[in-house]
Design a protein around this ligand. Structure first.
Ligand code: ARG
Length: 570
């Protein structure tokens, strides 16, 4: 099925060909009206085309409106302001379109989906526990991956692990001196973190330790077998822990190409930069300088001591992506502090003549309103602890709302609600702004929260169950008819789903899907409070039940795009 905007564009293009065969139809597009009283959809075509046609926009709009008026999919067509054309869809048309939801696939053939979209997200640094700072990248990246896949793109989710940095020299030294075997056995990451911190303290008193760590790092990077073995062990143990958390979160990756993966490519990358005249020696280091107008700091790609840097691995990584995939685009999801880094990388890519679309999807910091959590040193709330706390709290809420639920189901639902609440608190915000997280707000069943949306979904499923129990199961071929204003508002919202997803993809803004779902939830609840379903006679009952079920399906699908599960009962 075609999305509404595209259908209207086809209708309008046909009309224009009749009234103004010379008009350009390339600039033709529709958007939802801001205010329902002006109709459902709006186009500024008359204004956009008036210049080229040397016509008065209002008059041009008038001609179009007259010709459009008889179209059976519209009940009202009028002109607003300087020449906007506002359309009101007919109830018949809305009902027919809503009926198609779930039966026909959406047609997104107008998108340029050639090649592969590579999304780099989460990307923690090895041997450190995943903490709250990793939440947004993980959750945002995962959602974007789901969104792009849903739209039919080929997507590769990549975890660009920090597995090659200076921390390894220090860890190797610390490991040999201070490792507590038992603790390491119990929780490798925590023990590694402990000895890493210990190293920092010890090195302050004894700077020769830093020297030692550098030597170990060098040995590692040159392939010393013992250091390699330790390094591999740190990675394996860290990944086991990360994957446990990813599993809990329902987050998956297609590749784990960490910084080390690009080590062997780095010398050739530097050669290329030198050969193209982009990198120059400067005080023993190799540096890319930018034009003054770029307002970018020079980018060091090799240090005096010969070590490669973060930028070097990202350049080699991008080169690898270009060679391995036909790139549709490369997307990087990190916090706002990495903006200068990616500006440099993207600029160098252009200087090399690499012309693929490159997008840095950055986000603001997440803060915690909760005293207990925020008072712990800095921003190091461990993700695992955060989820456990969320699930514990969710469990209490469910216990109170639905004590009859079997214990096992309660636990499963608490997991979905707890994680959903945390993810949604993040994804429902504009990613550019700093987010402040508050438990009570995130876990509330009212307002713009995951539990509210999950509950709306479960409520609909329970209506369907009740219909079955009373011997009037939903008819899969039910004819939907739109008679009440609440039905209409709900149905129109349902039709807007694919457009909301498109917008979310376009701006890398899952919050637009959250906004959409919240509006859907509200419209559903208004509908359900004033339009009885199960009390009605068969025709109305089946039509309304069909509308309910479409709502549940869209809600579930939308939540899924945010990486949030929708329980059947809660
Ligand atoms: N490991 C980095 C960090 O924790 C994030 C890596 C992001 N991706 C990249 N290709 N640079 O800050």
């Amino acid at each position: 099925m075609k999305i509404i905007e595209k259908q209207l564009e086809t209708i309008l293009a046909g009309t224009i060909r009749k009234v103004r065969p010379d008009a350009p139809t390339g600039k033709l597009f529709f958007t939802k009206t801001n205010d329902e009283q002006f109709g459902d959809q709006q186009t500024n075509f008359a204004m956009a085309a008036s210049k080229e046609l040397k016509a008065n926009p209002k008059q041009l709009a008038g001609e179009i409106v007259e010709a459009l008026a008889s179209d059976p999919s519209l009940t009202k067509v009028d002109i607003a302001g300087p020449g906007f054309i506002n359309l009101t869809l007919s109830e018949r048309f809305i009902a027919d379109e809503v009926t198609k939801i779930g039966r026909e696939e959406y047609d997104f053939s107008f998108l340029d989906r050639q090649g592969t979209v590579v999304i780099d997200y989460s990307s923690p640094n090895i041997a450190k526990p995943m903490h709250i700072g990793h939440l947004r990248s993980t959750v945002l990246g995962d959602s974007l991956k789901r969104i792009y896949r849903w739209l039919g793109y080929t997507v590769v989710g990549d975890n660009h692990l920090g597995d090659w940095g200076t921390q390894f020299g220090k860890l190797i030294v610390a490991y040999r001196r201070w490792l507590d075997r038992d603790a390491y056995q119990k929780s490798a990451i925590e023990e590694l973190e402990r000895i890493y911190v210990l190293f920092g303290q010890a090195a302050e008193a004894d700077p020769s330790l830093e020297e030692e760590a550098r030597a170990e790092l060098k040995k590692l990077q040159e392939g010393d077998p013992e250091n390699r073995r330790l390094w591999q062990e740190f990675i394996t143990l860290s990944l086991a822990e990360y994957n446990r958390i990813y599993d809990r979160m329902g987050v998956k990756f297609d590749t784990y190409h960490g910084e080390s993966f690009f080590h062997d490519r780095m010398p050739a990358m530097l050669e290329l930069l030198i050969e193209k005249g982009l990198a120059k020696e400067s005080e023993g280091a190799l540096v890319v300088f930018f034009d003054e107008s770029e307002k970018l700091h020079p980018c060091i790609v090799r240090k005096q001591d010969g070590a490669f840097l973060y930028a070097t691995s990202d350049l080699a990584c991008l080169q690898f992506k270009r060679e391995t995939y036909t790139l549709n685009r490369a997307v990087y999801v990190t916090d706002e502090r990495q903006q200068p880094h990616f500006k440099q990388i993207f600029r160098i890519a252009r200087m090399l003549g690499w012309n693929e679309q490159l997008d840095h999807v950055w986000f603001g910091i997440m803060r915690f309103g909760d005293e207990k959590f925020s008072s712990r040193a800095g921003n190091v709330i461990k993700l695992d602890e955060l989820f456990t706390e969320a699930v514990r709290r969710a469990r209490l809420v469910i216990e109170e709302k639905n004590p009859e639920l079997p214990a096992e189901e309660k636990a499963a639902v608490a997991e979905m609600v707890g994680l959903g609440a945390v993810k949604y608190a993040d994804l429902s915000q504009n990613r550019i702004s700093a987010v402040s997280f508050e438990w009570d707000k995130a876990l509330s069943f009212d307002g713009n929260t995951a539990p509210y949306l999950q509950y709306t979904h479960a409520r609909i499923r329970s209506i369907a169950r009740k219909a079955e129990e009373t011997g009037r199961p939903a008819d899969p071929d039910a004819q939907i008819t739109i008679t009440t204003p609440a039905e209409r508002r709900l149905a129109v919202q349902l039709l807007g789903f694919p457009t909301a997803v498109l917008k979310a993809a376009e701006g890398y803004k899952p919050n637009l899907i959250a906004e959409y779902l919240f509006e859907l939830g509200q419209r559903f609840n208004t509908f359900y409070n004033s339009n009885p379903v199960l009390k009605e006679g068969d025709a109305v009952m089946q039509s309304r039940l069909a509308l309910c079920l479409r709502t549940a399906d869209v809600m579930k699908e939308g939540l899924n795009l945010l990486g949030i599960a929708a329980p059947e009962r809660m």
